[in-house]
Write a protein that binds this ligand. Structure first.
Ligand SMILES: Cc1ncc(COP(=O)(O)O)c(C=O)c1O
Length: 383
């Protein structure tokens, strides 16, 4: 018999909703993954490297060729020169990078500030490190940081602040002003680090810019910045990502990474390195590619009784259903929509420690083929 270290963790809503979508034959706009394939050159690269014998452990820090590609991208997009050797680490997914950064820095009794709604891996990672997650709600309707609340929440025990921009589930973006405000708040707190989850860094729309922490000298000096090849190259199942941090932070994170997984999958790293070398334009084409999907989804959803503001980033669209079933909470709404109307979504309350009681929002993923989006919106218009 054991006493659980994570007593409140059960099956995630993402598993539950995807299963319900399968059982009912509903169109699955719940979990965040594309229903289309990655570029063939990238996919074929895996087979090529497997057959060429790239099947043994890659270096602990990641393939040099892939780390170089990441460093080059960061230079060209964010104007920061990072050392591929000392500041870039390839990881088996962004989630693993987040976990390792937290284990490397959070001690029992430390507090970690998390903005709700948030990606669900942060809290268990903090708990396993013995820390306490301090949840601060983002302010509706824009999902903006309440700076006064953050200032009040900073305590002598605060160790880490976790940011996520572009933001899952809202699609909101942090601005340069936001980063400046955070830097100002932390200026006299050298002991507080920042973990910036930027897995949707290339999914920003309507000509907006992604203000990476990598563009901010003062914040980067105390930051871990995490991204995901899975999101960027339409291969979420490859679970391959990376973490960038100044050398001292990288060294500490790698001490954990080398015992959690040691390294990431070798042929996948080779295929990604080849593809990034051959197709550097992929990332600059991504905003247009996903904006077309967002626009198609939103134009057709506008003919339904759902209410929404088009997402500024990510591949998620929030929608307010209060004109349709105000009597249902969002979990019941997601189940009703899946069962009765054949479209699966995610209730937003699962991204909160304490969900706001009056919110009637669900999240749809629009990383889907045009046919899927057409079919789904046809059903949503009838709701
Ligand atoms: C905000 C956020 N961070 C991290 C991840 C995980 O990325 P990966 O699949 O590379 O672990 C996700 C995936 O849904 C996410 O939404």
């Amino acid at each position: 018999m054991i006493t659980s270290k994570l007593p409140s963790v059960g099956t995630t809503i993402f598993t539950t909703m995807s299963q319900l979508a399968m059982d009912t034959g509903a169109i699955n706009l719940s979990q965040g993954f594309p229903d289309f394939d990655a570029p063939e050159f990238l996919l074929a690269g895996v087979g090529r490297h497997v057959l060429a014998g790239q099947n043994q452990y890659a270096p602990m820090t990641g393939l040099p060729a892939l780390r170089e590609q990441v460093a080059m991208k960061v230079q060209s997009l964010y104007g920061r020169t990072v050392s591929a050797q000392d500041e870039v680490t390839i990881t088996p997914g962004a989630t693993q990078a987040i976990f390792c950064a937290i284990q490397a820095t959070v001690r029992p009794g430390d507090e970690v500030i998390i903005f709700d709604p948030c990606y669900d891996s942060y809290e268990p990672s903090v708990q396993l490190a013995g820390g306490t997650a301090v949840h601060l709600p983002l302010q509706l309707p824009d999902f903006a940081i309440d700076w006064q609340r953050l200032a009040d929440a900073l305590s002598p025990r605060t160790r880490l602040v976790i940011l996520n921009s572009p933001h899952n589930p809202s699609g909101a973006l942090l601005s340069r002003v936001d980063l400046d405000r955070l830097a100002a708040l932390l200026r006299d707190r050298e002991d507080v680090l920042v973990l910036s989850d930027e897995v949707y860094e290339h999914l920003v729309f309507d000509g907006r810019e992604h203000f990476s922490v990598l563009r901010h000298d003062e914040l980067y000096a105390r930051a871990f910045v995490v991204s995901s090849f899975g999101k960027t190259y339409h291969v979420t199942g490859w679970k391959t990502g990376y973490l960038i941090a100044p050398p001292m932070l990288t060294a500490e994170m790698r001490k954990v990474h080398q015992y959690v997984s040691f390294t990431a999958v070798t042929p996948l790293q080779w295929a990604l390195a080849d593809y990034m070398t051959a197709h550097p334009e992929h990332v600059s084409e991504l905003p247009g590619f996903y904006q077309a999907k967002r626009d198609l989804f939103c134009e057709r959803l506008a003919q339904s009784r759902f209410r929404f503001t088009p997402a500024a980033g990510t591949y998620f669209q929030l929608a307010d259903y209060s004109e349709i079933r105000p009597d249902l909470d969002d979990v019941a709404m997601a189940q009703w929509l899946t069962r009765e109307h054949g479209v699966a979504c995610i209730p937003i309350s699962v991204f909160y420690q304490v969900p706001p009681s009056d919110v009637r929002l669900v999240r749809f993923c629009f990383a889907k083929r045009e046919e899927t989006l057409m079919l789904a919106t046809e059903k949503l218009r009838d709701v």
